[in-house]
Design a protein around this ligand. Structure first.
Ligand SMILES: *Cc1c(COP(=O)(O)O)cnc(C)c1O
Length: 457
């Protein structure tokens, strides 16, 4: 007998209050924030699904590990504990701790980027793209065609288009310092990459003598999908699948605010001695000494413990099922969402739901603001606001206009999620009345964080 209710595989150990607000208070708060949900005070948010980055709950054992932290400037034992936990899953020769994933990106692209270089990926995350472009290099996305189709049911929509990559590597011979694969594909809907696709990508990289790097933020979720969906993988442990993914690559960048269950952290890991040396020198300039990077010893210990917890099968079964629970409930009530449901988030298809709002009037922004005003639920636009501004200054519609409802790890209960479902259903019911937006102020890079908007009523 298998029961169908998903129970959280943990008990609550410590709680934080959640402030109730009214629609009137929220309308005022979001207008004052220039209709940018990043500018809200989080006290004014009831269910915060802006991101799963650094927002998860640490476990009892992680808090205990914090107490074990050693804050020696050089040679801290906390670094050894961190490095062995990383190498247990990702057996790269060099492990370089950074304060976040983007710090690892800044360092690696400073070393390998620059004018005239091009760096392909299945889909670059926003900070990855920005760090590449900042060096003068170009970032190119080569996800399979199904990965750009919100309705496709392909089981591995994060896969690299291997034929397109082959043509790309031929055309840009000598200009590609590395190929990146993002697991899972965050900007493309939290969709996984198959082992088979990683193997093909690796073989292609080998033939062209180009190193392969993983942007591995959600490696455990990706490995769980491989175990569930890829033929011949179901009897393996997730840890074993993760090690195989790592062994196919030459290096990785990591945000430890995602699957490693940290509130802060990241790392860069790689095999090449010379490149590692160059990266460590850059690390010392902006992050810190190589045995702590941008982190405190206690953070390194919390991450080491988080890495053990995230590959637990009971945790991953709950994690992936509970995200699917939200997505399936929305689908059943006719709210368009990206399918299959991703690992860490449900992506609402705002372009379809708000078909009366053209992409350059930001349907994703319109939907995200409406969810906040109606129910205090904060999601994140992933669409034309985030990706519309081109390097040459022009603006064009992104491939998709989505609102991401990212689920912080081990933080919300099923009743919180049931409430989110109700709020989404309500907003879908009034979708036709929602206005588009225009941008009244924006910075040169990563405009979604600080741009200000006005509704087009
Ligand atoms: C979050 C994320 C990053 C950047 O990491 P930060 O820790 O936020 O700097 C890079 N790539 C992907 C796929 C991410 O999800």
């Amino acid at each position: 007998m298998e029961f169908k209710t998903i129970i959280e595989p943990f008990r609550i150990h410590s709680v934080a209050p959640l402030r109730m607000t009214t629609p009137g208070q929220r309308q005022q708060a979001v207008a004052a924030a220039g209709y940018n949900l990043f500018a809200l005070h989080s006290d004014d948010v009831m269910i915060d699904l802006l991101t799963d980055s650094g927002t998860g709950a640490m476990s009892r054992d992680q808090w205990a590990a914090i107490q074990h932290g050693d804050e020696s400037y050089a040679g801290s034992p906390s670094f050894e504990i961190f490095r062995s936990a990383v190498q247990e899953l990702f057996p790269f020769k060099h492990v370089i701790p950074t304060h976040q994933g983007r710090a690892a990106e800044k360092i690696i692209f400073t070393a390998i980027g620059g004018k005239g270089r091009v760096i392909p990926s299945n889909t670059h995350f926003d900070t990855t793209r920005a760090n590449i472009e900042y060096t003068g290099a170009a970032a190119v996305d080569l996800v399979i065609a199904q990965g750009r189709d919100a309705a496709s049911l392909h089981p591995f929509k994060g896969n690299m288009d291997v034929a397109a990559l082959a043509a790309f590597l031929d055309e840009h011979a000598g200009q590609v310092p590395a190929v990146f694969v993002t697991i899972t594909n965050n900007s493309g809907g939290g969709q996984p990459v198959s082992l088979e696709n990683l193997r093909q990508t690796r073989d292609l990289c080998r033939r062209h003598g180009v190193p392969l790097f993983l942007d591995a933020c959600r490696f455990a979720e990706n490995a769980w999908f491989i175990r569930e969906r890829e033929p011949g993988q179901h009897d393996r442990t997730v840890a074993d699948i993760v090690r195989e993914m790592a062994c196919l690559a030459d290096g990785m960048t990591m945000s430890a605010k995602k699957d490693p269950m940290g509130n802060i952290g990241g790392w860069l890991a790689l095999n090449d001695d010379e490149l590692a040396e160059q990266c460590r020198n850059l690390l010392i300039l902006t992050e810190g000494f190589p045995t702590y990077g941008g982190l405190a010893g206690r953070d390194l210990e919390a991450l080491a413990q988080g890495l053990k917890e995230v590959v637990d099968h009971d945790y991953l079964r709950y994690r992936i099922r509970s995200t699917a629970y939200l997505g399936e409930a929305l689908l059943a009530s006719g709210v368009p969402v990206v399918q299959p449901i991703g690992g860490h988030a449900v992506y609402l298809d705002a372009r379809t739901l708000l078909a009366h709002i053209p992409p350059l009037q930001y349907p994703g922004q319109a939907l995200a603001v409406a969810l906040y005003e109606a129910g205090g639920v904060r999601g994140c636009e992933i669409g034309t606001v985030m990706f519309g501004r081109q390097a040459d200054g022009s603006e064009r519609p992104a491939a998709l206009d989505l609102v991401r409802l990212a689920i912080p790890r081990r933080t919300y209960t099923q009743s919180h999620i049931d409430y989110v479902i109700e709020v989404c259903q309500h907003v879908a019911g009034i979708a036709r009345q929602l206005p588009g937006y225009r941008i009244v102020a924006e910075p040169k890079q990563l405009r979604h964080f600080t741009a200000r908007f006005e509704p087009l009523r």
